[in-house]
Design a protein around this ligand. Structure first.
Ligand code: LLP
Length: 416
């Protein structure tokens, strides 16, 4: 049981959440190492003997301790910036199992990636190809690359996280990819090793992915016929999780659907983020005040949109549980909102349990795209992150930012 009440108290992965709030304060992100590991291992088990590489999408949750744990389980990494590359380098000596995605890599980022020996750079445009070729030549380093194609498949997800349609900025139109592969294979400095695609995130149906992967395999076979054999089919990430009533396929089913449309001569690369860490995190927050404005009731929490942006940005639903058991109350309906000076600063709508000043709440399923999307808006320091270890202890894996931390980059520039 991931969440259960023992007596009055809400436990997450066997740990009393009120105790974590006492020890580390609120707001506070809490993750379960057990859950992260079991999700990752489910991917491994689903691939079984099939040649594969699971490149965890660092953007979903980039905390160094989490990266270190995943590396120990055999993960490679999918990165999209120099910052993410340097994060992985903190926990991993070799960059051979890194895939560098990203629609706009700068010259400096590409140079660092090449010098670091990343396993593959995914090309996103002809301009990028030319830039990477020039840098590789200048450095005198031969570089493995894939082309990220845009297969023009609708993944049926939130428009902000849909990436595989022609109207999206990502990838090279699949019909133009052949030209890029010819340029790559004729160059001295780039070696084509695969094809990549990623059509979107929080997908709850594998059919669009299957459609995209079939197109990609078709292209790989066509390239082989013209003398450009490739090893990797990179299917991207995207498997959704259950926040509310969604019914996403299991990891096992998702992988099995993908395996069934990729011939076994190819290695499958996959870049999951949310499905590994999403359900493994909660955000603890304390109620600062409760008020009834006549038309609407509000519980104002010490967490806000700067700590968890998903509701404000995507209208995303996250279930909220009281850390001390409360009965549901018919007719009661309050919105959970943060202290930020924006009406869009809400975390959950229409909650129907009793709540009063000082109460502790747990916002569920925030392990992915939670802390990593946090900001300092309203000059609010970012919350700490705590990991429940396998031995049942809770360990700080990122300290709470202080106001001084937040100001130092400006105080050191103050003049006069
Ligand atoms: N690979 C690439 C190239 C990606 O762009 C992404 C996510 C992934 C892998 C991992 O996808 P996942 O398995 O996590 O779905 N902030 C949004 C999600 C943005 C996803 C961006 N790309 C959210 O909070 O829902």
């Amino acid at each position: 049981m991931t969440f259960e009440y023992k007596g009055e108290n809400l436990y997450f992965d066997g740990f009393n959440l009120s105790k974590i709030a006492d020890d580390f304060g609120t707001p506070c992100y809490v993750y379960s190492r057990n859950l992260i590991e079991s999700n990752f291992k489910e991917y491994q088990a689903a691939f079984g003997e099939r040649e594969h590489l699971i490149c965890y999408a660092v953007k979903a949750n980039s905390n160094l301790s989490i990266l270190k744990n995943l590396k120990a389980l055999g993960a490679g990494f999918d990165i999209v910036s120099d910052g993410e590359l340097e994060r992985v380098k903190c926990v991993e000596n070799s960059c051979a199992n890194i895939v560098y995605s990203g629609v706009g890599k700068t010259e400096a980022e590409i140079e660092n990636a090449i010098k670091s020996g990343v396993g593959c750079i995914n090309l996103e445009s002809l301009d990028e190809l030319k830039m990477i070729l020039a840098i590789a030549k200048q450095l005198g380093i031969v570089l493995p690359v894939s082309v990220r194609v845009n297969p023009n498949v609708n993944p049926n997800t939130h428009p902000y996280i849909s990436t595989g349609l022609k109207e999206n900025k990502f990838g090279v139109p699949i019909e133009d990819a052949r030209e890029l592969y010819e340029l790559v294979s004729n160059s001295e400095w780039l070696v084509p090793i695969g094809i990549a695609c990623h059509i979107g995130s929080q997908l709850t149906d594998s059919n669009p992915v299957i459609e995209a992967v079939r197109e990609v395999v078709h292209l790989a076979e066509e390239l082989k016929r013209i003398g450009i054999p490739l090893k990797d089919i990179d299917v991207g990430g995207g498997l959704g999780i259950k926040y509310d009533n969604e019914g996403p396929p299991s990891i096992r089913q998702w992988v099995s659907d993908i395996k069934s449309c990729v011939p076994s001569s190819f290695r499958i690369k996959i870049e999951p983020g949310r499905s590994i860490v999403g359900s493994a995190g909660v955000l603890l927050t304390k109620i600062i005040a409760y008020k009834d404005n006549g038309k609407r009731k509000f519980a104002i929490s010490d967490a806000a949109m700067n700590d968890l942006l998903r509701p404000a940005l995507y209208n995303a639903y996250h279930q909220v549980l009281p850390c001390i058991k409360q009965e549901k109350r018919r007719g009661l309906s309050f919105d959970l909102v943060g202290p930020i000076c924006e009406t869009g600063d809400w975390l959950a709508k229409r909650q129907n349990f009793s709540v009063s000043q000082g109460d502790l709440l747990a916002i569920k399923d925030v392990g992915a795209y939670g802390f990593c999307m946090a900001s300092n808006y309203n000059s609010r320091p970012r919350p700490p992150e705590v990991l429940i270890e396998k031995d049942g202890t809770a360990r700080l894996i990122r300290t709470r930012e202080s106001v001084a931390d937040m100001l130092v980059m400006e105080t050191k520039c103050l003049k006069g």
